[in-house]
Design a protein around this ligand. Structure first.
Ligand SMILES: Cc1cc2nc3c(=O)[nH]c(=O)nc-3n(C[C@H](O)[C@H](O)[C@H](O)COP(=O)(O)O)c2cc1C
Length: 447
């Protein structure tokens, strides 16, 4: 089967990271992040444009400096359950933390979404970025990397085990014989591992796609290993074309080394296209968007997020950048590289904040043909298998759907109709046969 481009929509309301001024836009309702109709509208447009999935990111820690969308937003599984009832084909991917959930509860909620949506659920497994979130769950400190990623791997294993509790033909519901359940097709997991003890069985059966699709977002060594072991999809940061190509090759190599088919780990990088009638107008709009969001104080505050919501205003901003490496140990190791570079180059806090937020022309900016060219180029040069797209407004999404998508379709680079109506089907992932059914089949064949 030829490789095809995958598109997801990462939905926001009043402005996520880097969109500090979006809430002021007259096109964006001030309650967009908690208005389910705003999400349903986005999902139905994305579905009409034949997108693979509708994607919801999440976190469970805020302070008053966080982006407007983070301050007041809906819980992803609740949100997507409502969206599921207004859509029929598009995949629905919810971000949920493996660090601050228990496997039985989360497996049940995801299985419920998979049933409500008739086989369209996905779980973006995160180990949680905001280290201060631990205090919302009775812990003084965020769990360390090894524990977080060890837990994540076992968590997914347990969830997958629970999702197989019922074989697909477990419910004969035969009124004449008076048999609702065939008890031989119900299985307790009896998991006892390093982090979890879960007996099972789960009280929700499998959906048409067998199990929810596992996504992952994490770029450290531990993050990549988790992805190689368990992820069927990855939400990855883009960076430059060369960085994306290196990441793509690395993940595919790691998956293959574990005996997995590399095509069964679908990488979507984050992208924010800006489309206008001409390249020149789109470039001007890209710059204008930067200026609208260019609020130094908010950007400085957001820089603190990589360091456990660190408040830089306690320093003179013209002081050398402080050594905050210890604050990155648990939250985000990428923050340690930033400290290292800043200190090596002798930069002040102000310089780091300005450099982190300086204008960089977008990679997917231009007239529809230009944006389609860029998306296709990244796909064809193995920088990615697709994109998790972010738009500022519903109008911008509609514009992309009405102008760029048809160009991609005309070129045969994107589907002209849904080839399936499950998330697994859209992503070209195999149907996971229930483990107990597979075992029984194997015993029958070898007997
Ligand atoms: C593209 C991308 C998206 C992410 N989305 C979320 C998210 O929605 N919620 C969250 O808590 N963490 C999110 N994370 C953070 C990861 O779960 C992880 O905690 C963090 O990246 C640190 O781990 P790492 O060093 O392995 O990347 C995201 C990370 C990346 C790279």
């Amino acid at each position: 089967m030829s490789r095809t481009l995958h598109l997801a929509l990462s939905a926001y309301g009043v402005g996520g990271p880097g969109q500090h001024g979006l809430w002021k836009d007259p096109q964006v309702p001030k309650n967009a992040s908690i208005d389910i109709r705003y999400y349903i509208k986005q999902a139905t447009i994305a579905e009409s444009a034949l997108f693979d999935a509708f994607f919801i990111v999440d976190s469970q820690f805020i302070n008053a400096t966080y982006p407007a969308h983070y301050l007041n937003r809906l819980e992803p599984l609740t949100l997507l359950s409502a969206v599921a009832t207004h859509t029929t084909s598009i995949g629905l991917i919810a971000t949920a933390s493996s660090t601050y959930n228990s496997p039985f509860n989360l497996a049940r909620r995801l299985a419920s979404l998979d049933q409500i949506s008739n086989g369209r659920a996905g779980w973006n497994v995160v180990t949680s970025f905001d280290s201060q979130v631990s205090k919302n769950f009775g812990l003084d400190e965020h769990l360390d990397y090894a524990t977080r990623y060890g837990r994540a791997r076992e968590f997914v294993e347990v969830a997958r085990g629970l999702w197989d509790s019922y074989e697909d033909d477990a419910f004969p519901a035969d009124v004449e014989r008076g048999v609702f359940l065939d008890p031989a097709k119900l299985h307790a997991l009896n998991h006892a591992g390093e982090y979890f003890s879960v007996a099972g069985p789960l009280n929700v059966s499998r959906s048409r796609q067998g199990q929810p699709v596992i996504f992952q977002s994490g770029v450290s060594e531990d993050g990549r290993n988790l992805a190689a072991h368990v992820a069927e999809g990855i939400y990855a940061p883009g960076g430059s074309l060369a960085e994306a190509q290196a990441y793509h090759a690395d993940i595919k190599r790691r998956a293959a080394a574990l005996g997995r088919d590399p095509d069964h780990v679908v990488i979507l990088i984050g992208a924010s296209p800006v489309v206008a009638g001409t390249d020149e107008r789109a470039r001007a709009r890209d710059r204008e968007i930067y200026e609208e969001d260019n609020d130094f104080d908010r950007k400085l505050a957001f820089l603190g997020r990589s360091f456990g919501a660190y408040d830089f205003t306690q320093h003179d901003l013209d002081e050398p950048f402080p050594d905050l490496t210890h604050l990155t140990e648990r939250g985000r190791r990428g923050g340690a590289d930033l400290v290292h570079r800043a200190r090596e180059q002798g930069l002040t806090i102000r310089q780091v904040a300005e450099a982190a937020s300086e204008y960089r022309p977008g990679q997917f900016v231009g007239a529809p043909e230009t944006v389609a060219d860029a998306l296709q180029h990244w796909f064809e040069t193995n920088a990615t298998d697709g994109f998790n797209l972010r738009f500022r407004t519903i109008e911008a999404l509609e514009n992309f759907a009405g102008t760029v998508v048809p160009v991609l379709q005309k070129r045969g680079a994107f589907r002209a109709e849904y080839e399936s109506d499950t998330l697994r089907g859209h992503l070209g992932l195999p149907f996971p046969i229930n483990r107990y059914t597979a075992e029984r089949e194997l015993t029958r064949v070898t007997a």
